[in-house]
Design a protein around this ligand. Structure first.
Ligand code: FAQ
Length: 311
C-alpha cells in the first residue's frame, strides 16, 4: 500500500540510506529532484559560456590548456547531472527544450559578463568556491544518483577553485594595472556569488521540504554564512577587498556579519532579465540547432545497427 511505501521511504531517509531510482518515492520528492537536478545540469552547461569566452584569448598556452580543461569538466558535470535526472524518468532532450524555451532555470551567476581575464580567476575562486560550499553537503543527498554525481563533481570543482586562486595570486604579483583588474573583478562578482545560495531562508519556498527529505542538507543562509567565513581569510591573503562595508568579524557569533545582497536584482536575474540572460540562452539554442545533424546521424546509425542485428 502507499502508506507502507511511505513509511519505508521515511525510515530510509531518516536512517540516511540512499533512495535509488527503482525505489518507491513520493511524487513531490521526484518532482523536486527533477527540478533541482535539471537546474543544476543546466547551470553547468550554461556556466561554460562566461569562461569559454576567454579560451581564444587566454594570455599563454598554459592558461589556455588549464581553461580548456576546466570548461570541458563543466560539460562533463552537466552530462553526469542529466544522466542523474534521467533516472527519475525525464528525458534530457526534453530538459534541453525546456531550458532553451526559458521554462527552466539555471544559476543566476552565469547571467553576468566576464569582462577581463581576471574574471576567469575570480570565477574559479568565488563561483567554484561557492559551488563547492553548496555541493559538498549534497554528496550526502538522499537520492543516490545525485549524491554520487556530486562526489565526482566536487573533486573536480576543488581543482577549479585552486586554478582560479593561483591565477589571481600570480596577477596580484604583477603590475598595478593587473592588481586593479583583479579588484574590479572581485567587486563585480562578490554579490552575485552570495546570491548563488538562493533567497534568504524566510523567502525560500523549497528549503523546508527539501531539508525534510534530505535532498538538501543545509539551508541557503547557513551555506552563505559558511562561504563568507571561508572566503574572508582568502581575500586577505590575496590582498583584495571584498566590496561590503558591513563585513566584520562578530566575536560573539563566531562568524562574520555581512550586508544584504540586492534581492530585487536577484529576482530580476532569475526571472530572465539579468544582464546576459538572453544572450546565454540564445547561444545555447544556436549550439543545439547546429548540433542537429550530429543527433540525426547518431540516431540513423543506431537504427541501422539495430536492423543489421535483427537481420
Ligand atoms: N539562481 O526555494 P529556493 C555550478 C530559484 S554551481 C537561479 O531556495 P532551492 C558550477 C530556485 O530554483 C551553480 N535560481 O530553491 C560551476 C527556486 O525556483 P523554482 C549550480 C535560483 O532549490 C561553476 C526559487 O529560486 N548549482 O554550476 C537560485 O531549495 C563555475 C526559490 O529558491 C546548483 O544548482 C539561483 N542562484 O534552493 C559551473 C546547486 N537560487 O525551482 C561553471 C544545487 C534559488 O521553484 C562555472 N542546487 N533559485 O522555480 C541547490 O542547492 C538549490 O537548488 C539552490 C536553491 C540552493 C540553488
Amino acid at each position: 500500500s502507499d502508506e507502507a511505501h511511505q513509511a519505508e521511504f521515511d525510515a530510509k531517509v531518516a536512517a540516511d540510506q540512499r533512495i535509488e531510482p527503482r525505489d518507491w518515492m513520493p511524487e513531490g520528492y521526484r518532482r523536486s529532484l527533477v527540478r533541482q537536478v535539471s537546474q543544476h545540469a543546466h547551470s553547468e552547461i550554461i556556466g561554460m559560456q562566461p569562461e569559454g569566452d576567454w579560451i581564444a584569448s587566454a594570455p599563454s598556452l598554459r592558461r589556455k590548456a588549464i581553461l580548456l580543461a576546466k570548461v570541458q569538466d563543466e560539460a562533463g558535470h552537466g552530462l553526469y547531472l542529466y544522466a542523474a535526472a534521467e533516472t527519475l524518468g525525464v528525458d534530457r532532450a526534453d530538459l534541453t527544450t525546456r531550458l532553451i524555451e526559458g521554462r527552466q532555470k539555471y544559476s543566476s551567476i552565469f547571467n553576468y559578463p566576464s569582462l577581463t581575464f581576471a574574471d576567469v580567476g575570480v570565477i574559479g575562486w568565488l563561483v567554484d568556491g561557492a559551488a563547492i560550499c553548496n555541493q559538498v553537503p549534497l554528496c550526502r543527498s538522499s537520492f543516490g544518483p545525485y549524491a554520487r554525481a556530486m562526489v565526482r563533481i566536487c573533486k573536480e570543482e576543488s581543482f577549479h577553485q585552486r586554478q582560479g586562486y593561483e591565477l589571481l595570486m600570480r596577477m596580484m604579483e604583477g603590475t598595478g594595472a593587473q592588481r586593479a583588474m583583479v579588484q574590479d573583478a572581485v567587486d563585480r562578482w562578490w554579490w552575485p556569488s552570495l546570491m548563488m545560495f538562493g533567497p534568504p531562508d524566510a523567502d525560500s519556498p523549497n528549503t523546508q521540504q527539501s531539508m525534510a527529505w534530505r535532498i538538501k542538507r543545509d539551508t541557503n543562509d547557513d551555506l552563505r554564512q559558511k562561504f563568507v567565513d571561508m572566503t574572508v581569510p582568502q581575500a586577505d591573503k590575496l590582498g583584495v577587498t571584498l566590496p561590503d562595508p558591513e563585513l566584520v568579524w562578530n566575536e560573539e557569533r563566531g562568524h562574520h556579519d555581512f550586508g544584504e545582497p540586492d534581492w530585487v536584482e536577484f529576482k530580476q536575474v532569475i526571472s530572465g532579465s539579468g544582464p546576459k540572460n538572453a544572450e546565454r540562452v540564445e547561444r545555447r539554442r544556436a549550439a543545439h540547432e547546429k548540433g542537429a545533424w550530429v543527433r540525426e546521424a547518431a540516431t540513423a546509425y543506431a537504427t541501422k545497427h539495430q536492423s543489421d542485428r535483427e537481420a
